[in-house]
Design a protein around this ligand. Structure first.
Ligand SMILES: Nc1nc2c(ncn2[C@@H]2O[C@H](COP(=O)(O)OP(=O)(O)OP(=O)(O)O)[C@@H](O)[C@H]2O)c(=O)[nH]1
Ligand SMILES: [Mg+2]
Length: 569
């Protein structure tokens, strides 16, 4: 007769003992009960004999699915399906040869594996079963309630046989399903939990806030966010297993579908966190790529976004199947699809790994062509001799609103899209304007900046960003109403220096002055200089124009000089 596999640490056991353990597979109990007194006694005596914990997994028909010489955590479990809304369909029965009730580890095994129940049989010194401890999950959505489980008072093996586990499980599953439908009907977008790791930087709070704006722009509903202080990051899980368990519990109660990290995750980290939490895991880079994909309009930005996405995805495919499983699942239409899976325009991101390199090469070539045509356009324009003012600034600072205010293009369809969303503008837009003492000028609105712009995106958008350098003057728009105005101002300056255009004459517009207090305005003006304005209320625009005129003076002087020279000739 074949001996069925006994899992766990069986080293040093006698053949007869392993045989006895294997015989447990032939045990059956009544459907819907935790244990029979016979099984409890059997387990207890064996456990006493080998002096180790024994655990068995029992399905709803009362059959033994697996036998392990291990504690609850080490029990051999069938692999879980992701996104399961029901319980696992089996309960775990194990022994405590040293006595004692359910441990923290027993309970987290119950929770993380969505077991029907977990039970521990205390083994008495004579080998007979003592008290049995039982716990099952509590329904989700009971936020505020301390525990994710209910632990019952200890019962004897005879009392426990009367416990109707079947009815309890049915009731619990109904409750889970009901809560789920209720929340599903109220649900707008995907529900996200945000995690920003604070390694001691001064602006961690602001980073979390920004992450939450990014998530919102991507269409997620932020149901919980947390700043996790970690001086040292754990290599695999960043925050550690315990914290992940906590977050999984949060997700369970708040019905969250995904967890978004403010840090870039390596492919291995993303996988490990995904496995530990059974949630969809997304990092900040993916979120930004996703927003770019949603907002990309026009051939060039679509190509740029797709290129950036493919470059990001490529290393993440190693060791996976041949499909882009993580992003391919729901197709790539820009409007629909889940967060982290969107592709720009019509392009489906479901593709064979081998094809990716071809596609990348193709996109690079296309973009080169676009850059050449743009260069030609640039040359034509520079001959026009109209000064160019490039509007730069952190995303959502109000650049597009200011452009609209300046050029009175508020009437459709010339109006530039200005929205309370990050990266509303991806494509540079130029508008004709007028400044007293200078004459006609061109204002160029462009893609917003963000700190730690993902490198793949920075590379893909480099040509767009470099075009900023063609300007005669930069108009740096700062959102003064944002508490992190300074840090954002600094990030933009840094990016400009990286693009080697930090030396251009710059005028700072302290925008959203209407939403900032007088104190704040005063302070920021001292720090950054600049002109307080409200693009939205069209306040301070004349003073800003005067500042732009002053900054353009060298340009005007040069033009006048040329004109004089022409007159003299
Ligand atoms: N209170 C106030 N809100 C403003 C002002 N200017 C712009 N906003 C708001 O700020 C949000 C962002 O404005 P946009 O003009 O789209 O900002 P942007 O810098 O072009 O943003 P991206 O294109 O996403 O980088 C919108 O909701 C505007 O209505 C202002 O002067 N005061
Ligand atoms: Mg804009």
């Amino acid at each position: 007769m074949t001996i069925e596999k006994v899992h766990g640490n069986t080293s040093g056991l006698k053949t007869a003992q392993v045989k006895q353990l294997s015989n447990l597979y032939r045990r059956r109990i009544e459907p819907g009960v935790v244990t029979s007194p016979e099984l409890a006694r059997n387990l207890s005596e064996l456990s006493h004999d080998i002096r180790r914990e024994i655990s068995v997994l029992i399905d709803r028909r009362g059959r033994v699915l697996s036998v392990s010489v291990a504690d609850a955590k080490g029990t051999e479990l069938p692999t879980q399906r992701l996104g399961e809304t029901r319980l696992s369909g089996y309960h775990l029965l194990h022994t405590h040869p040293k006595g004692g009730g359910l441990s923290k580890s027993d309970l987290s095994t119950l929770f993380l594996n969505r077991l029907d129940a977990v039970a521990a049989i205390e083994v008495r010194s004579d080998g007979l079963p003592g008290n049995v401890h039982l716990a099952h999950l509590t329904p989700p959505g009971t936020t505020g309630e301390e525990e994710d489980w209910r632990v019952y008072p200890p019962q004897s093996p005879y009392e426990i046989e009367d416990f109707d586990l079947g009815a309890q499980v049915t009731a619990l599953e109904q409750e889970i399903a009901r809560a789920r439908t209720l929340r599903e009907s109220r649900k707008d977008g995907e529900r996200a939990i945000l995690v920003q790791i604070d390694t001691g930087e001064f602006d961690a709070e602001d980073r979390l806030q920004e992450l939450s704006e990014l998530a919102r722009t991507a269409g997620a509903e932020v149901v919980y966010k947390e700043l996790v202080f970690r001086r040292h990051l754990k290599p695999g899980t960043l925050v550690g297993k315990g914290k992940l368990e906590e977050l999984t519990s949060k997700a369970y109660h708040l019905d969250a579908d995904m967890i978004v990290f403010g840090q870039e995750l390596s492919p291995a980290q993303a996988r490990e966190i995904e496995e530990a939490t059974s949630l969809k895991v997304i990092d900040r880079t993916q979120l930004i790529l996703d927003i770019f994909a949603l907002h990309a309009q026009g051939v060039e930005s679509r190509l740029q976004v797709e290129l950036a996405q493919l470059r990001y995805m490529k290393p993440r495919l190693l060791g996976q199947g041949t499909k882009l499983s993580r992003i391919g699942a729901s197709g790539g239409s820009a409007a629909g699809g889940a967060i982290g899976t969107r592709g720009p325009g019509e392009t489906k991101l479901e593709m064979d790994r081998r094809l990716i390199n071809d596609r990348i090469a193709f996109l690079e070539k296309q973009l080169e062509g676009v850059a050449v045509r743009r260069e030609e356009r640039r040359k034509r324009r520079s001959r026009n001799d109209v000064p160019v003012i490039s509007i730069v600034g952190y995303t959502n600072a109000g650049k597009s609103t200011l452009l609209n205010a300046f050029t009175h293009a508020a009437e459709e369809p010339r109006k530039v899209l200005a929205e309370n969303k990050l990266f509303a503008t991806l494509r540079p837009t130029s508008r004709q304007g007028f400044i007293d003492g200078v004459g006609p000028v061109v204002f160029t609105d462009t893609v917003g900046f963000i700190r730690d712009l993902p490198t793949d995106l920075a590379r893909a958008f480099r040509s767009t960003l470099e075009e900023i350098g063609d300007a005669d003057v930069l108009l740096h728009v700062v959102d003064v109403a944002n508490p992190a105005a300074d840090a954002r101002h600094e990030s933009v300056q840094r990016i400009l220096r990286e693009l080697e255009i930090g030396e251009l004459p710059t005028v700072v517009a302290l925008n959203k002055a209407d939403a900032a207090s007088a104190d704040v305005l005063e302070r920021e003006r001292d720090r950054m200089g600049g002109v307080p304005v409200s693009a939205k209320k069209e306040q301070g625009l004349d003073e800003l124009k005067r500042a732009l005129r002053d900054a353009l003076m060298p340009y005007v002087a040069q033009v006048e000089q040329v004109q004089r020279a022409e007159l003299l000739n």
